[in-house]
Design a protein around this ligand. Structure first.
Ligand SMILES: Nc1ncnc2c1ncn2[C@@H]1O[C@H](COP(=O)(O)OP(=O)(O)O)[C@@H](O)[C@H]1O
Ligand SMILES: [Mg+2]
Length: 253
């Protein structure tokens, strides 16, 4: 009988690894990702960013939470909205309560000001899911929800949306309509070429503006790159990507 279950990683829920020091490093994955996102929103046109990947457990929540902290450290005002109604995890990574969020706001029992939670990280606020949401489509398509995002857009420098995976949940169809662009994540040496192609196709068919792609779950042992930034890194590929770019990236993995 096994006494201990072997952990897949060093930790079970994503951790915040960004701090004042490593946030400044232009060679570090987090620093580079943050710099690219700052550049992409230099004119304020890519403020509402949807973080997507093909399937679950590709590091979306961990990446978006670290991105929020990283942007917060550069004095940008950030609100992170947990739109993964099926597996909400932002509250765990940022160590806040899940209760009192979008569900309660939609029901009318709480106002916007009551669902915006402060975190221990500078300039980073969060809106959690709250109670269970059974019909995501109704919420995401409602004028009340769209109005919430509109107001957040006016009050913050960045509105980051943590989302469920494209190939497993169709909520991205509605989220694409309210976001300015998509940051697409690919799990290093794990996501297949077919998965990336299918997910990107789905996003494009629904009018998504794909801002860039980044690797997550980076494994130093499998990389010869000089830019390797430790176990916990992101390789960021900036720009508007032709389909072939993503396929090349996967082949390397
Ligand atoms: N960069 C990373 N390096 C190592 N483990 C990671 C990294 N990012 C996420 N993880 C781990 O991978 C698992 C899935 O991460 P999560 O962010 O919840 O993925 P998703 O939101 O895509 O489902 C968690 O156990 C998390 O701790
Ligand atoms: Mg997640």
């Amino acid at each position: 009988m096994k006494l201990f279950r072997k952990k897949k990683n060093n930790f079970e829920t994503g951790k915040i690894v960004v701090n004042e020091e490593n946030n400044l490093l232009s060679t570090g994955g987090h620093g580079r990702l943050k710099d690219n996102i700052l550049y992409l929103n230099a004119d304020g046109k890519n403020k509402v960013i949807q973080v997507e990947s093909s399937v679950q457990s590709e590091g979306k929540t961990t990446a978006i939470c670290n991105l929020a902290v990283s942007l917060g450290l550069t004095s940008k005002k950030v609100v992170l909205v947990d739109l993964d109604f099926h597996r909400p995890r932002v509250h765990r990574t940022l160590e806040i309560e899940r209760e009192n969020g979008i569900a309660e706001y939609m029901l009318g029992s709480l106002d916007k000001k009551d669902i915006i939670k402060k975190t221990k990280y500078n300039n980073v606020d969060v809106i959690t899911r709250g109670a269970e949401i059974y019909n995501a489509t109704l919420v995401l398509m409602s004028d009340k929800f769209k109005d919430l995002i509109k107001q957040l857009r006016e009050e913050y420098d960045f509105v980051l949306l943590d989302c469920p995976p494209v190939l497993q949940v169709s909520d991205y169809i509605h989220i694409c309509k309210i976001s300015d662009g998509v940051l697409f994540l690919v799990a290093y040496a794990s996501t297949t070429k077919a998965q990336v192609s299918a997910a990107i196709k789905e996003l494009r068919n629904n009018g998504a503006n794909i801002l860039g792609t980044a690797f997550t779950l980076y494994d130093k042992k499998k990389d010869n790159s000089h830019y390797a930034s430790g176990h916990y890194g992101y390789g960021y590929h900036y720009g508007c990507h032709a389909k072939d770019d993503e396929e090349d990236s996967i082949e390397k993995a």
